[in-house]
Design a protein around this ligand. Structure first.
Ligand SMILES: NC(=O)c1ccc[n+]([C@@H]2O[C@H](COP(=O)([O-])OP(=O)(O)OC[C@H]3O[C@@H](n4cnc5c(N)ncnc54)[C@H](OP(=O)(O)O)[C@@H]3O)[C@@H](O)[C@H]2O)c1
Length: 246
């Protein structure tokens, strides 16, 4: 058996309509998984891209984390082997002016919804003795950032919870890990890339000399979803072109 193959596995990716989530869905499909592309809007484009790399039919599911408990019934309904918690938002303002609404919205989407989606997955996967969770963290799981207090708090939380859940569930056959993407070309970083000074400062610090591509994260998600990573538990893997090594 190819330890990097996802043949026979069913994967659910949140926020799969665009950006990193879309690239993860496509990469998992290419590796052989049957992928459920979940989004708060349609994932038609993702399904079309999955169709170009896989003969297995993909599916889509509406999942809107404006209710952080939205996934409560998803995993009891059918066998899902791999969960990728990718959906996330960012709000920018000086810490001194930051609003409660921008705090709550980001924490609910990035942290509360992620935890309770993992919990719902684990309730179904623990009795089977097998499952993979891949959470999308950030460089701001390790660094402070600027003007993004709720994002930084939420992503530090994602790293912590990833380790906690790994500790509780590793012996039962569930792998819980995270990917910390560097600066990736998506909607999330549009404002940074539109600011020439910030954009240049960021690029100058990346040893690889380029922004990351969503596919860079997709392939890492395949690894953390595959049998090849069965002995990896509670890791937060930087995929950042060397940013944190600098
Ligand atoms: N780009 C980067 O450099 C970078 C770096 C580190 C970490 N990340 C993380 O990577 C993940 C994906 O971000 P991205 O860069 O691909 O940004 P993106 O293009 O803005 O994608 C974010 C995804 O999350 C979805 N989402 C947001 N709120 C949601 C909600 N309430 N319910 C369901 N889905 C929701 C979005 O749906 P809509 O399209 O409907 O908004 C979209 O599918 C996020 O967790 C982000 O924090 C990104």
């Amino acid at each position: 058996m190819n330890p990097f193959s996802l043949d026979g596995q069913v994967a659910l990716v949140t926020g799969a309509n665009t950006g990193i989530g879309q690239a993860i869905a496509v990469a998992l499909a290419q590796a052989g998984a049957e992928v459920i592309a979940a989004g708060r809007r349609d994932c038609d484009q993702t399904l079309a891209l999955m169709g170009q790399v896989s003969e297995r039919a993909g599916r889509q599911m509406r999942l809107d984390f404006s209710d952080p408990m939205a996934a409560r019934d998803v995993f009891a309904a059918e066998r899902i082997d791999i969960l990728v918690n990718n959906a996330g938002i960012i709000r920018r303002a000086d810490a001194v002016d930051f609003s409660e609404a921008d705090w709550d919205e980001v924490m609910d989407t990035n942290l509360k919804a992620l935890f309770f989606t993992c919990q719902a997955f684990a309730k179904a996967a623990l009795p089977r003795g097998r499952g993979k969770i891949v959470n999308i963290a950030s460089l701001l799981s390790f660094q402070g950032g600027i003007r993004v207090p709720s994002y930084t708090a939420s992503k530090h939380g994602v790293a912590g919870l990833t380790k906690l859940m790994a500790n509780e569930w590793a012996a039962a056959g569930l792998n819980v890990n995270a990917i910390a993407p560097g600066y990736i070309e998506t909607n999330n970083t549009e404002a940074l890339r539109a600011d020439p000074a910030r954009s240049r400062a960021i690029l100058d610090r990346i040893p690889a000399g380029r922004w990351g591509r969503p596919e860079d994260i997709g392939q890492t998600a395949v690894f953390l979803s595959a049998p090849a990573s069965d002995y990896i538990n509670g890791a937060v893997l930087n995929v950042d072109g060397g940013w944190l090594a600098r």
